[in-house]
Design a protein around this ligand. Structure first.
Ligand code: C2E
Ligand code: MG
Ligand code: MG
Length: 732
C-alpha cells in the first residue's frame, strides 16, 4: 500500500489561477501599450502637430479607425466614427473620391515615405471642409498581418479659400489692361503687372528693386514725391497726373492719371501698402470726345443729330420765353429721295445727303442749327427771328440751293425738298407742338408739289386727320364694294386705232366721293393693303374679259399697274399665275405696268420674277419711264416689251427743247433694244403729231380719251370698229 500523494492545498490552485490570469493581463497590457506606441510613432512620423486627426485602415479587414482629434476636426461626437460602418470614403466629396482613391492606391507602399493629398470631407454638420491628408502605407496595422494605410488629417479650409482668392486677385491684377503697381509707404515697389512692365520696358525683377520715384523721376522731382507720401500717410489715397517717358524715346511724353488707394498692411509686411493704377489720359480724353461726338452728331453729314437738336431747341425755348423772342422750326424733307436711293443705290443716296447738307450750310448763319433727324429728314432751328417774311426768305433760299443738279459718281441728280415751318409762339408753346406742326406743314407742302415751303396753319391738322380717316376706311373698301375700275384707251399713233387700254383704279368713298389713286395708293402701299387690292384688280379684270368674251365683244389687251410693294411680295408671280389660269383668259391679253424702281430695287430677284411673268405669256412695260434714272443699257437685262414715256416729257413737247431731246433719245434707244414705246399724257394734237413724226408707236392721253367706265369703253371700241368698217379711219 502506497501512501496517497499529498494533494496541493486549495490555496495554491487559486494562486496558479491568479498567476495565469495575471500573465494574460500582463500580455494584454503589454500588447495594448505596444499598439499605442505604434500608433503614436506613426502619427509622429506623419505630423508634428498632435492636434491633427488620425485615421487608419486595415488592408485585410478594411476596418477603419478615427482618433479623437479626427472626430473633433470633423465635428463628430467622440467614438461615433468608429462605431458602425462609417468609412472615410463615405465622407469624401463625390468629385474627389476617384482622385483620392487613386492617390492612396498609387502611394509608395513603403513605411518611410509619406505622401500627401487634399480633398473635401463632409463634416458632421454637413459642411464641406478642405482636408489635407499626409498618408503612409505600413506593414503592420491593428493585427500586424496585412498591413495598413494611415493618415493624419489637417483642416485647411481657410487656407484653401484664401489661396483661391489670392489666385483670382493675381489673375485680375495680371490681366488688367491698365498698368498697376503695388508699393509701400516708402514708395518701394512690391509688385507690378504685365501692363506696367510693357509700358516701362523694365522687367519685373528690376522694378521690384526700384522706388516709385525712380521710374517717374524724369518729370517729377523729390518735392512731388514727398507731398505724395504725405498725402498717402494722411488720407490713404492720392490722385493726379503723372508723366512718363519711354526709355526708347525720351521726347515722347505720355501723361497718365495715377489713382492710388491703400490696401492695408499685408501679412508678412510691417508697412501699409498701396495700389496705384495708371490710365492713359490722352487716350481717355480722345475716347470721351469721340463718344460725346457720336452721341450728338450724325456720322454721315457731321450735322447735329436729334439729341443735340432737342438740346438746342430747349435752350431756344427758354431764352425766347424770357426775352420775348421769336424762333422758327423748319422740317425739310427731300422729295423722291427713296426713289433715288432705290434706283441709284445707297452710296449715291448718302453722297446726295452729304452734298445737300453742305449746300444748306453754305447759306445759313453760324447761329442756326441744321440737324439731320435720319433718312432724308433735316430740321432747322432759326433763333431770334425778326419776321415771318425773313423765315420765308430763308426757306426759299434753301429750296433754290437744290435747283442745280448734283454730280455724284458720274450721275447727274436733280433733287428738291419740301419744307414745313412752325413759328414760336404763334404755332405752339411747347417743343412737341412746334415740331409736330412743322411736320404737318411739311406734308402739306409735299402734297402741293415738290420744292416748296409752307407755314403751318391750323387747318392742316384737320387734313392730317383726314388721311387717318382714309387709312381706316380703305380697310373696308374692298368688302364694301367701293372700288371700281376705269379704262383709258391706248392708240396706235400711225393709224389712230385703239390697241388696248390701261386699267385705272378708283375708290368711291361713301362720304368723300371718288378718290384718286394718287391719294389712296400711297396709303395702300404703306399699310400693305396694296397686295389684296392688287389681287382684287387682277381678278376683276379677268372677270371682265370673260364677260366680254361671252358677249362676243372685241378683245383688246388690258394693262394693269403694279406697285413696287406688290411686286416685291414673296410669291407675287405665283399668285398672278394662279388667278389667270383659274379664270381661263388668254394671258397674252394682260400687260403689267411696272415702274423703274421695281427693276432697280431687287436686282437679280427682280429679273427672276420678271422672267416668271414673261413665261406665263404676259407683256411687261415700264411705266413713267425717264424719271427713275435707269440707264438704257440696264434695260437690256430685263424681258420688257414696252416703255411708257413719262407724262412730264410729253408735257414739255413744243415748249421745252430738252423734253424733245429726251424723247428722241428714248425712242432711238428703244429701237435699238427692240422695245415698243408708248407716250402717255398726250393732251393736244401738236403733241400727238410730233410723236407720230418721231415714230413713237403708241399714245395715250386726254387727247384720245379720258379714262372711261366699262360701258363707255365698249362703246368707244365699237364705234371705232364701225368706222374702220366704213374705212373712215381718224387720221392724225
Ligand atoms: P399711271 O400708271 O402713270 O397712270 C396714268 C395716270 O395719268 C392716270 O391717273 C391717268 O388718269 C392720268 N392721265 C392719263 N392721260 C392723261 C393726260 O392726258 N393728262 C394728264 N394730266 N393725266 C393723264 P390716275 O388714274 O389718277 O392714276 C394715277 C396713278 O395711280 C397711276 O399712274 C398709277 O401709277 C396709279 N394707279 C392707278 N391704278 C392703279 C392700280 O390699280 N394699281 C396700282 N398699283 N397703281 C395704280
Ligand atoms: Mg400706268
Ligand atoms: Mg404712267
Amino acid at each position: 500500500n502506497t501512501p496517497p500523494s499529498p494533494q496541493p492545498p486549495v490555496h495554491i490552485k487559486e494562486l496558479d489561477y491568479v498567476i495565469n490570469r495575471f500573465r494574460t493581463l500582463k500580455t494584454a497590457v503589454l500588447n495594448k501599450g505596444r499598439q499605442v506606441v505604434t500608433k503614436d510613432k506613426q502619427i509622429a512620423l506623419l505630423s508634428s502637430d498632435r492636434n491633427d486627426g488620425f485615421w487608419e485602415r486595415d488592408s485585410g479587414t478594411h476596418n477603419e479607425y478615427f482618433d479623437k482629434h479626427a472626430h473633433h476636426l470633423l465635428g463628430f461626437p467622440q467614438g461615433t466614427l468608429n462605431k458602425g460602418q462609417r468609412t472615410l470614403l463615405s465622407l469624401i466629396h463625390p468629385d474627389d473620391i476617384e482622385l483620392f482613391s487613386q492617390i492612396i492606391d498609387d502611394g509608395p507602399h513603403n513605411n518611410n515615405r509619406p505622401f500627401q493629398t487634399e480633398c473635401r470631407i463632409k463634416s458632421f454638420r454637413g459642411e464641406w471642409l478642405w482636408v489635407k491628408f499626409t498618408c503612409r502605407h505600413s506593414n503592420s496595422g491593428f493585427n500586424n498581418k496585412a498591413g495598413c494605410i494611415s493618415a493624419t488629417l489637417r483642416d485647411i479650409t481657410e487656407r484653401y479659400i484664401a489661396e483661391q482668392q489670392r489666385r483670382l486677385l493675381t489673375a485680375v491684377f495680371e490681366s488688367s489692361k491698365e498698368p498697376v503697381i503695388v508699393f509701400d509707404l516708402d514708395l518701394k515697389i512690391l509688385a507690378v503687372n504685365t501692363a506696367l512692365t510693357q509700358l516701362t520696358n523694365y522687367n519685373e525683377e528690376f522694378l521690384k528693386d526700384c522706388n516709385l520715384a525712380t521710374i517717374f523721376s524724369e518729370h517729377h522731382d523729390f518735392e512731388f514725391f514727398r507731398k505724395l507720401k504725405n498725402t498717402l500717410k494722411r488720407s490713404n489715397k492720392w490722385e493726379g497726373e503723372i508723366r512718363f517717358s519711354h526709355t526708347d524715346n525720351p521726347d515722347d511724353v505720355v501723361i497718365f492719371w495715377l489713382s492710388i488707394h491703400s490696401v492695408g498692411t499685408p501679412v508678412g509686411c510691417n508697412k501699409p501698402s498701396f495700389i496705384g493704377s495708371l490710365s492713359d489720359v490722352i487716350q481717355r480724353k480722345k475716347i470721351e470726345d469721340e463718344l460725346r461726338y457720336l452721341a450728338t452728331y450724325d456720322s454721315l453729314t457731321g450735322l447735329p443729330n436729334r439729341r443735340l437738336y432737342e438740346d438746342r431747341i430747349q435752350h431756344a425755348l427758354s431764352l425766347s420765353k424770357r426775352y420775348n423772342q421769336v424762333f422758327a422750326v423748319m422740317f425739310i424733307d427731300l422729295d423722291r429721295f427713296k426713289h433715288i436711293n432705290d434706283t441709284l443705290g445707297h452710296s449715291i443716296g448718302d453722297q446726295l445727303l452729304i452734298q445737300v447738307s453742305q449746300r444748306f450750310q453754305d447759306v445759313l448763319r453760324k447761329s442756326d442749327t441744321l440737324a439731320r433727324l435720319g433718312g432724308d429728314e433735316f430740321i432747322l432751328l432759326l433763333e431770334k427771328v425778326q419776321s415771318k417774311e425773313s423765315v420765308a426768305k430763308i426757306a426759299a433760299i434753301l429750296n433754290s440751293q437744290l435747283t442745280s443738279p448734283f454730280k455724284i459718281l458720274g450721275n447727274e441728280i436733280n433733287a428738291s425738298a419740301s419744307i414745313g415751318i412752325s413759328v414760336y409762339p404763334d404755332d405752339g408753346l411747347t417743343i412737341e407742338t412746334l415740331l409736330k406742326n412743322a411736320d404737318v406743314a411739311m406734308y402739306a407742302s409735299k402734297s402741293k408739289g415738290t420744292n416748296g415751303f409752307l407755314f403751318y396753319q391750323s387747318i392742316m391738322n384737320e387734313r392730317a386727320g383726314e388721311r387717318l380717316v382714309l387709312e381706316n376706311d380703305l380697310h373696308k373698301a374692298i368688302d364694301n364694294n367701293e372700288l371700281f375700275l376705269v379704262y383709258q384707251p391706248k392708240v396706235d399713233l400711225a393709224t389712230g386705232i385703239i390697241t388696248g387700254a390701261e386699267v385705272l383704279l378708283r375708290w368711291k368713298h361713301p362720304e368723300m366721293g371718288v378718290i384718286s389713286p394718287m391719294q389712296f395708293i400711297p396709303i395702300a402701299e404703306e399699310t400693305g393693303l396694296i397686295v389684296s387690292i392688287g389681287e382684287w384688280v387682277l381678278k376683276k379684270v379677268c372677270q371682265k374679259m370673260i364677260a366680254w368674251q361671252h358677249r362676243s365683244l372685241p378683245q383688246i389687251p388690258l394693262a394693269l399697274n403694279v406697285s413696287v410693294k406688290q411686286f416685291q411680295e414673296a410669291g407675287f408671280s405665283t399668285r398672278v399665275c394662279k388667278i389667270i389660269q383659274q379664270s381661263g383668259i388668254d394671258p397674252s391679253l394682260i400687260e403689267l405696268e411696272l415702274t423703274e424702281s421695281v427693276l432697280m430695287d431687287t436686282g437679280d430677284k427682280a429679273i427672276e420674277t420678271l422672267h416668271e411673268l414673261k413665261n406665263l405669256g404676259l407683256s411687261l412695260s415700264i411705266d413713267d419711264f425717264g424719271t427713275g434714272y435707269s440707264s438704257l443699257q440696264y434695260l437690256s437685262k430685263f424681258p420688257i416689251d414696252f416703255l411708257k414715256i413719262d407724262r412730264s416729257f410729253v408735257l414739255g413737247v413744243g415748249t421745252e427743247g430738252k423734253s424733245v431731246t429726251i424723247i428722241r433719245a428714248i425712242l432711238a434707244m428703244a429701237k435699238g433694244l427692240d422695245l415698243k414705246v408708248i407716250a402717255e399724257g398726250i393732251e393736244y394734237e401738236p403733241q400727238a403729231r410730233l410723236l407720230k413724226e418721231f415714230e413713237c408707236d403708241y399714245g395715250q392721253g386726254y387727247y384720245f380719251s379720258h379714262p372711261l367706265r366699262e360701258q363707255h369703253l365698249i362703246h368707244f371700241i365699237e364705234k371705232q370698229y364701225a368706222s374702220r368698217l366704213s374705212s373712215d379711219l381718224p387720221s392724225l
